[in-house]
Ligand binder design. Structure first.
Ligand SMILES: NC(=O)c1ccc[n+]([C@@H]2O[C@H](COP(=O)([O-])OP(=O)(O)OC[C@H]3O[C@@H](n4cnc5c(N)ncnc54)[C@H](OP(=O)(O)O)[C@@H]3O)[C@@H](O)[C@H]2O)c1
Length: 298
């Protein structure tokens, strides 16, 4: 445990709400492990205060911050410079303050790609189906496109949002075949089964709605596809249970969480993050929270 003092460097997470964030646990263990006199704190920020946030971080001498829902896009206009990846994704999840200036990055795409590579998924030439078209989907689609995917289909409840995402990325990756559809039982029934990866980037399945899934139970999942869920609470979502029943390889959302955090850690501190240790800490914290919820329900 780091003893805070006048030399402690401070980072945090800007979000609304941020009560349930796991990032302080994950970064806290990393700072401790590397014996860095740093700390990480949740910073609840209502949407109407976003415009003041970057200036406030400067004033209070923060080294940087993570940015989460709903500020990843809104924060961009208050930063001095935005890295090209974040610019292409259209969202910032990591801020670095240095030399009086603010720099925006997006490490979410890196996070999902590392999590997929870790289980042996090969993005080069892959045919990918993304369920959802929000911020996480943007980062995932961008990183899969940049890693050489051959086709990417985006299905979303609000089809216009899927169209918007695909139109944006078509410009950046003209050689990739993009398509979009409404996310409905009918369109999923008609999915071409020559698909290597299906990613749930919607919030379906997330606590407290664990009984929900983006994929209807009576529709078969694409044969041989890797099934990835970005939701990590619960760890084994209903969608991942469907994958298991179908005998398909499943990837949970913790990998993305850890690796986007590890990359932010590297940007702030210049050190490689102890990713395995961060994972252990996150899994332990999730298990504790699960236990507390069960006790609360009893
Ligand atoms: N593992 C990680 O590190 C990590 C990182 C970031 C996000 N995530 C997870 O990814 C999920 C999405 O996050 P985000 O930042 O992309 O949020 P977001 O920008 O608000 O997007 C939410 C997405 O979920 C869809 N959706 C929400 N409720 C739905 C419903 N009832 N039926 C069908 N679709 C629904 C939305 O569709 P519409 O466009 O139609 O509203 C949209 O596509 C969350 O569960 C979040 O926890 C995980």
């Amino acid at each position: 445990m780091i003893q805070l003092n006048g030399f402690t460097k401070v980072v945090g997470i800007l979000g609304w709400p941020v009560e349930h964030t796991l990032s302080p646990v994950m970064h806290g263990i990393a700072f401790s492990n590397l014996n860095l006199n740093w700390t990480y704190i949740p910073l609840p920020l209502p949407p109407e205060r976003v415009k003041d946030a970057v200036r406030s971080l400067h004033t209070l001498n923060f080294v940087g911050a993570n940015v989460t829902v709903p500020h990843k896009q809104a924060i961009m206009r208050y930063l001095d410079e935005i890295d090209p990846t974040a610019q292409n994704i259209g969202a910032v999840n990591t801020i670095l303050l240095k030399g009086g200036k603010s720099y925006g990055y997006n490490t979410d795409g890196y996070g999902i790609l590392r999590a997929l590579l870790e289980v042996g998924f090969e993005p080069q030439g892959a045919r990918c189906l993304m369920l959802g078209a929000g911020g996480a989907s943007r980062a995932a689609v961008y990183s899969l496109a940049a890693a050489g995917a051959s086709t990417i289909a985006v299905y979303n409840r609000t089809v216009e949002r899927a169209a918007f995402l695909v139109d944006d990325l078509r410009l950046a990756f003209p050689h990739i075949t993009f398509s979009f559809e409404a996310l409905t039982p009918e369109t999923l029934t008609a999915v071409n089964h020559h698909c290597d990866l299906v990613v749930n980037t919607t919030s379906l399945g997330m606590f407290p709605h664990e009984e929900t899934t983006p994929w209807p139970e009576d529709v078969p999942l694409p044969e041989n596809a890797v099934i990835c869920d970005l939701v990590y609470n619960p760890l084994k979502t209903k969608f991942l249970q469907q994958a298991e029943t179908a005998g398909l390889r499943g990837v949970d959302g913790v990998g993305m969480l850890i690796y986007q955090g590890a990359e932010a850690f590297r940007i702030w501190t210049g050190h490689e993050a102890p990713a395995a240790l961060m994972r252990q800490a996150v899994l332990a914290e999730l298990a504790t929270r699960q236990k507390m919820m069960i006790m609360h329900e009893m």
